[in-house]
Design a protein around this ligand. Sequence first.
Ligand SMILES: [Zn+2]
Length: 175
Amino acid sequence: MKCPYCGFTEDKVIDSRESKDADSIRRRRECVRCHKRFTTYERLDEIPYMVVKKDGRRENFDRQKVLTGLLHSCQKRKVSVSQMQAIVDAVEAFVVDSSERERSTASIGELIMSQLKEIDTVAYIRFASVYRDFKDVNEFKMELEELLRGKDPRHRRSSGAPTTQPASQASKTTL
Ligand SMILES: [Zn+2]
């Protein structure tokens, strides 16, 4: 720390203590050249919450990003902004609740989908088509078709379901 009196860059810390609300540290320093004393405050860096992508890369959790994704999925649907914000709040609480201070994008995506599903099926499908890691197009089409028939796809059995639907059948469905 540069001495404010003589500009020397070496000092010794005489005393250091946390501020009352524990978000900064106050250090009393003495310049080793001119022996004058001065005080510095160090703000503790806010430790970010992270999201872990599928390939292992991490980035800061960003509420706005979640909201942007929801706005996209809910475009022209009857989902209010306050409903979307409630989902963003739930996601944030989920991330903050993590002891490792991070969550995978996959688990966040699942949370958003479970919430959207209760509100608007079309918004859910739009979101799922982007975020869920469907193994192939048929898997997604099966989920879509079962949803449109009003069945919960979580209860479906993977065997015996037709996988060779003509492509035109799905494209007729207007989202
Ligand atoms: Zn000095």
